[in-house]
Every structure is written in structure tokens, then in C-alpha cells.
Design a protein around this ligand. Structure first.
Ligand SMILES: Cc1ncc(COP(=O)(O)O)c(C=O)c1O
Length: 342
């Protein structure tokens, strides 16, 4: 392999089976609720999580923001862990689309402290707005793909319940968490009122995420999706590769995790290289090179055919996925050592 792109698992391209499914998909107008392939995908997804309903949305960001919109009112707060995608990487959508402000909570490997969450989630009173929704992310992207343990999610959910608040789980990579920890998807789903999962990351579908929850909430989510411009027509052509992804791509994520561990070991073998968030548990490797300019290192890697993204002034992020193989990992390890010493 002479080139390997580790910038993101969103770079995965649809497999031949996905492309065939796209070509052959039965379709209808999904805004009328008449696309049989979308309906089948939504039903499969809801069943997989043991929940009543699911809604196909174009992106994970839209899924997160519909969930926020439905479970808050303008002027209220959401409690969210620092470096979370839903507030840090979605173009200020919390404020712009739902008129809510974010109460940022410290996290340890993506885990929000349960007592801090309990304190943050409060009813309105004394000129202070209600904080009605807790946003949780699993795996946690910018904490190096950390898996938030089920027991921790259960404790957060119980704290939210005590405070009369809801929980939304950003599960863009929940598939990775489930494979790495052996936790059942249904068990994760019981810890959240709404959850969002992406088909377009490690599972390799070209497009698509789903919002999962109770029937009445998902019915209302359909209307919000339309308002946000996400009502799509013969979109079975995109749901079809998503069904292939669900059926065939989940178990193989363990290969990406094994490659991430090998890659982490290789990168950490260089002097001065540390990991800011502990071991690579899933498919994301974050490394820190104190005193070095990450952007410059990324340019040197690119010159050697390896692409990685920066995750801070001295941090690089590598994401493994099915379009990088063992040779790509080896290339990255060698290129990184060369970039450091160049
Ligand atoms: C944790 C997390 N949540 C949500 C998203 C948003 O997904 P999308 O790019 O489909 O909007 C991402 C994208 O990388 C993500 O990493």
C-alpha cells in the first residue's frame, strides 16, 4: 500500500453489495411515508434496539438536533460533555435551531460525572432556565473513541430520571462501542429517551443516520425533519445500502479496532509521543506530541502518503476503517517515525 487515509471512517466508500442494493432498491415517496425500503430499514433498526420506532435522517447532526429540538424549548439548557459533537462540531445548531444554551460538563474519557449531571439538570426557578436534556456520546469521538460503559450510562439515566430530565445518546459510533464491549444494543437503548446512530461511518454506507425512540416522539420527529429540510423522496436508494451495512458490516468493526491497537502501539513507540486519553479501545487513535506542531506533522505524513487529522495544536487523530488494511497501518507507523525525525 502506498497511501492510506486515516482522517475519518466517514471516508469509507460503499461496497459492491451496497451499490447493487442501491441500483435494485424498491422506492416510493418517503415524505408520503411510501418508500418501502426506508420503512424496512426503520423497522429493522427499531427492532434491533428494542424500541418502538426509528426515523431515517440524512446526517447524524440532523438526528442529534431533531432530538434536541423535540426535548427542549427555546431559552432552556442542555447539559453536555465537553468536546461533544452535538455542541462543538455542529455549527452552533443547539442555539441556531433550538434556541437552547449548552451547560458544558467536564468528562473523563467521555464520561460525564453523574453528580455533576444531577446538579446541572434542574427545573426552572429563580431566573434560571430549566436544564431538561442530557446529551451523551458513545463512543466518544474526541476522547479517542472511548467506550462509555453501560453501567455509567445507566447511572446517568437514573440521575436524569430523578431530575425529571431526558437523555439523548449520540451513538454515531455506538456499533463500535457494542462490538468492543460486548454490550447488547438494546441495553444501550434503555439508557436513553432518544438515540441516534450513523450508518455512514464505520459501517460504510454512503449516507444516513437514524433517530430511535418512542412512537409519539418519532412521529413528531418526522415533522421536525421536514422543517429542517430533511424530508427526502425516493430515498430507498440510500436506505438500501444502509440495510446492507447493518446486516454485514457490524461484526467486522473488531478488525478496525485491532488495527487501531496495532497502530497506537507503533506510534507510541516513538520518543515524546503520548496518548491523551488512555488506550485505543475502538477505531480512533489520538496521540499527543508535546512541543511539536500537529499540522506540520500531518503535512509530513501526507507527503509520505498517509493522511491524518489534527485534534489540537499538538495532537493527531487517526481513524481506522475498512478502506485501510494492515499494509496501511504499517505505512502509517513508518511514515510517522520518519515525520518525527525529519
Ligand atoms: C460523535 C459524532 N456524532 C455526530 C456526528 C455527525 O454525523 P454527520 O457527519 O453525519 O452529521 C459525528 C460525525 O463525525 C460524530 O463523530
Amino acid at each position: 500500500m502506498t497511501a492510506a487515509d486515516f482522517r475519518s471512517d466517514t471516508l469509507t466508500r460503499p461496497t459492491p453489495a451496497m451499490r447493487r442494493a442501491m441500483a435494485e432498491a424498491e422506492v416510493g415517496d418517503d415524505v408520503y411515508g411510501e418508500d418501502p425500503t426506508v420503512r424496512a430499514l426503520e423497522a429493522e433498526l427499531a427492532a434491533l434496539f428494542g424500541r418502538a420506532a426509528a426515523l431515517f435522517v440524512p446526517t447524524g447532526s440532523m438526528g442529534n438536533q431533531i432530538a434536541v429540538h423535540l426535548q427542549t424549548a427555546p431559552g432552556e439548557e442542555v447539559a453536555v460533555g465537553e468536546a461533544s459533537h452535538s455542541y462543538d462540531w455542529e455549527m452552533g445548531a443547539l442555539a441556531a435551531l433550538s434556541g437552547v444554551q449548552a451547560r458544558i460538563l467536564a468528562t473523563d474519557r467521555g464520561r460525564i460525572d453523574v453528580e455533576a449531571a444531577r446538579a446541572a439538570l434542574r427545573p426552572a426557578g429563580g431566573f434560571r432556565p430549566a436544564c431538561r436534556l442530557l446529551l451523551v456520546e458513545n463512543t466518544h469521538n474526541f476522547h479517542g473513541g472511548a467506550v462509555v460503559p453501560l453501567s455509567h450510562l445507566e447511572a446517568l439515566h437514573a440521575a436524569a430520571r430523578d431530575r425529571g430530565a431526558q437523555v439523548h445518546l449520540d451513538g454515531a459510533r455506538l456499533w463500535n462501542a457494542a462490538v468492543a464491549s460486548g454490550t447488547a444494543l438494546e441495553a444501550y437503548a434503555r439508557t436513553a429517551d432518544t438515540l441516534m446512530v450513523c450508518l455512514s461511518k464505520g459501517l460504510g454506507a454512503p449516507v444516513g443516520s437514524l433517530l430511535v425512540g418512542d412512537a409519539d416522539l418519532i412521529a413528531r420527529a418526522r415533522d421536525v425533519r421536514k422543517r429542517f429540510g430533511g424530508g427526502m423522496r425516493q430515498v430507498g436508494v440510500l436506505a438500501a445500502p444502509g440495510r446492507v451495512a447493518l446486516a454485514t458490516m457490524r461484526e467486522r468493526l473488531a478488525e478496525d479496532h485491532a488495527r487501531a491497537r496495532r497502530l497506537a502501539a507503533g506510534l507510541l513507540g516513538n520518543p515524546g509521543v503520548t496518548r491523551p486519553f488512555g488506550e485505543a479501545e475502538t477505531n480512533i487513535v489520538l496521540v499527543q506530541v508535546a512541543g511539536r506542531d500537529a499540522a506540520e506533522l500531518a503535512r509530513r505524513l501526507a507527503a509520505r502518503g498517509v493522511r491524518a487529522s489534527t485534534a489540537g495544536p499538538d495532537r493527531l487523530r487517526f481513524v481506522t476503517h475498512f478502506d485501510v488494511d494492515d499494509a496501511g497501518v504499517q505505512l502509517a507507523i513508518e511514515a510517522f517515525a520518519a515525520a518525527l525525525s525529519a
